[in-house]
Ligand binder design. Structure first.
Ligand code: FES
Ligand SMILES: [Fe+2]
Length: 451
């Protein structure tokens, strides 16, 4: 044996191996990341008639830890090209990506100036993240820059501006003189370890979010929960398909029954579920749970997170999960209270007699039919790292079952609902709720996006 040859005792081997194994374990599981980097699922390109591709709301754009002080990034999601940067004051800023001088991307080679500004890499024009104003660079205070504005008379055919004399052809015409230069600024918030940006197709609402994303920090502190990992998956479907799943009561019985078939062939999940708009005056009554502890937790969550200003933009879910053994004995595993807030963000709070876990879920459209789905898990301290990683993978397994459907379906523009059954009633109500997030998006899409 090599140990004899090296004259090592069992104790010495253990003393050497244990820290190494613990180090590896700690590195992998302390914050476990499952990243489906390759967009493996190409699916169909045609999805039939669809609502607009980029609804109005808050969208995840980056994890906080990936944007350090002074970092500058080019981001292209939801049909917008923007520059994202973190000022020397630690605040994140999002501005239109393209410089109005000559069109360079501020996010590719741009530099932080004046603490909150970004300087264009091409000729140094500088834009304030706080206001979007173009300010003079190289001097202490921020002075707004003015410039004349020109545009092509006819950029596509390149015809000259008609003139009375034939001395010279002009293709560019002046449209404004000494105008203050400004670019679009987008509102962003840093919550739950992510930076979210507010996109709205109505220019008047671009800087005025209709509601605020939840910050789970107090809730997490109360239960001493920490972020334990995240899964990142790419799905080829219309953005609505993914949040709609949360209101689809019936599909659980078909897609989400199995646990790990090979290891536990006799164990199945069974589910019961409710989905209600937060504006329903009977919300508390309808969400009442028979287990007093679950009920108290749920009612507190409803009171904590829903208020008069965000109520119209929230749909609430309550999901019971049971374990069925040999298709008979039912054991209650957990209840999840979910807040679907706007078109792309979900907060899930699981209460179980055995553990406590929360999820922050986002979907961000990268392209028309390409969605980035992120699920971040938070759990209480006593849950070991390997177990929170396993729970996350259990959730990914369920997501993969949905992805099989999403990657191959058309968007259901014409629907056959059986309104005698609660499941289809629920979907009908959910679609009517979700449609509010498309207001004005069609016009934005047809005017502002080129594809
Ligand atoms: S293109 Fe940005 S300064 Fe010229
Ligand atoms: Fe599902």
């Amino acid at each position: 044996m090599i140990t004899d040859y090296l004259q090592l005792t069992t104790t010495t081997v253990l003393l050497i191996a244990t820290p190494i194994f613990y180090f590896i374990y700690h590195r992998i599981f302390r914050y476990f990341i499952f990243d489906q980097r390759t967009k493996v699922t190409k699916g169909k390109v045609s999805r039939g008639k669809c609502p607009p591709f980029f609804p109005n709301g808050w969208f995840w754009i980056i994890n906080s830890c990936d944007l350090k002080k002074g970092d500058v990034k080019a981001i292209s999601y939801c049909g917008r090209d923007v520059v994202l940067f973190r000022g020397t004051n630690s605040k994140p800023y999002v501005l239109d990506g393209f410089c109005p001088h000559m069109g360079a991307h501020l996010g590719v080679g741009g530099k932080i100036r004046h603490g909150t500004c970004i300087e264009c890499p091409f000729h140094g024009w500088t834009f304030d993240g706080e206001t979007g104003d173009c300010v003079l660079s190289g001097i202490e205070s921020k002075i707004i820059r003015t410039a004349d504005k020109y545009e092509y008379h006819d950029i596509e055919k390149c015809t000259a501006v008609p003139t009375n004399d034939n001395t010279m052809d002009f293709y560019l015409k002046k449209v404004n003189e000494q105008e203050e230069i400004k670019i679009k600024r987008y509102i962003c918030r840093e919550v739950n370890g992510s930076i979210l940006v507010w996109y709205h197709s109505d220019e008047k609402l671009r800087e005025h979010p209709l509601y605020e994303p939840f910050d789970m920090i107090n809730e997490l502190k109360t239960y001493n929960m920490t972020a334990r990992g995240e899964s990142i998956n790419y799905v080829n479907c219309h953005v609505q398909e993914i949040p709609e799943n949360g209101a689809d009561v019936r599909h659980f019985d078909f897609l989400h029954q199995s646990i790990i078939d090979i290891i536990f062939p006799f164990f199945k999940f069974s589910w019961s579920m409710l989905s209600e708009r937060a504006t329903n005056p009977r919300l508390h009554e309808l969400m009442t749970h028979s287990n007093p502890e679950v009920n108290a937790y749920k009612m507190r969550l409803l009171d904590t997170f829903i208020n008069d200003s965000n109520r119209p933009y929230i749909n609430v879910l309550s999901l019971n999960s049971y374990l069925q053994i040999f298709g008979k004995h039912k054991i209650f595993i957990f209840n999840a209270t979910g807040f679907q807030m706007g078109p792309s963000v979900v907060y899930l709070f699981l209460w179980s007699p055995y553990f406590q876990v929360s999820f922050f879920q986002t979907v961000t459209p990268l392209e028309k039919f390409n969605q980035r789905v992120m699920h971040r898990i938070f759990s209480t301290q006593p849950i070991p790292y390997w177990l929170s990683a396993l729970m996350l993978m259990g959730e990914v397994k369920q997501l993969f079952s949905d992805m099989n459907i999403w990657n191959n379906k058309i968007f259901g523009a014409k629907l056959s609902y059986n309104m005698k059954n609660d499941a289809d009633k629920c979907l009908h109500s959910w679609r009517n709720w979700y449609a509010q997030f498309y207001e004005g998006c069609y016009d934005f899409q047809s005017k502002s996006l080129s594809w």
